[in-house]
Design a protein around this ligand. Sequence first.
Ligand code: MG
Length: 382
Amino acid sequence: MMNSVAILGSTGSIGTQAIAVALKHGLRVTALAANTRVDELAEQARLLKPDMLCIADETRYSALKEAAAGLGCRLLAGMDGLCEIAQQQKSDILLNSVVGMVGLLPTLTAINAKKPIALANKETLVAGGALVMNAAAKNGVPIFPVDSEHSAIFQCLQGNRREQLKKIILTASGGPFFGKTKEELRSMTVEDALRHPNWSMGSKITIDSATLMNKGLEFIEARWLFDLAPDQIEIVVHRQSVLHSAVVYQDESVIGQMGVPDMKIPIQYALLYPERLPCPTKPLSLTDYGTLTFEKPDYETFECLTACIRASMTGGTAPVTANGANEAAVAAFLAKKIGFLRIGELVTAALDTLPVTPLTCYNDVVRADRAARDFVAEQIAG
Ligand code: MG
């Protein structure tokens, strides 16, 4: 069992819940990194006494120095700081819960330092899946999924033979706009999109849930994590988010993992694997739910989902393009520069327009990501 953890993205939704899990089980927190929130980071440091603190946004470094004065932590900034924490000797496991493509290099750095990873940064696998899985295999580094669906699949695979797996059922809540037509979606605002029915999450992933981009990213993530062909993944909309995903074996037995929609459960499983200890969450009452529903996704209305599946099948840099275009488009939507439907249109247009090249090194990822973001910026500027 792990005794200590370093957390990238400690002030975000996953990071704060991971700290609750660490405190509950006496895991020492050896390092913390946040993107911009200096005061919350310093507050966490006062409580947890880590060895290192990092602020990813370098312009906030002097603010961090002020806020963390006298705490005795080594203070770091930027990507170099994130990577230094990723390979910190003192931690048994790295929790990577930063948002976006920025999480890839710290993941690769941790793997090269032979550090086990609890992975909540899905863009790591979406953009750099081939690099990450190859490096993990070469270094013998385990990757424990934190994403609730992938944790569910990982849990359902325990004690069974991987070669007898037939397919997986990846569940989707459907987000706040399930059942809506394209016409209805046209007028949806940032506030509408941020109102998720089941999960409380950061704004980027909440918008991704509304467009179903999140499920598309998870489709790509699942292919890498579990070495699956595209036709081995069935996406099913399950509005209650109680069945977190399931696996189907050759004998047509379906094994699913259920629980209340609370990220502390998958976070704890990733940090304490293979232990199952009391978790600071509510028990699941199936009779309180009464009914669980399952439906097909609407691939035409939610074009981000279709775009991701297409990008995954194309391979090479195509998933990087889809992800980079989406990150830029979501930022523009949150800044109220574009409408909701435009996100999917821009992701699809980027895939239609930008060239696909093989992906063999980190720089290939960076180049394709940059091109996708530039493409979206040009389209928005008109
Ligand atoms: Mg998920």
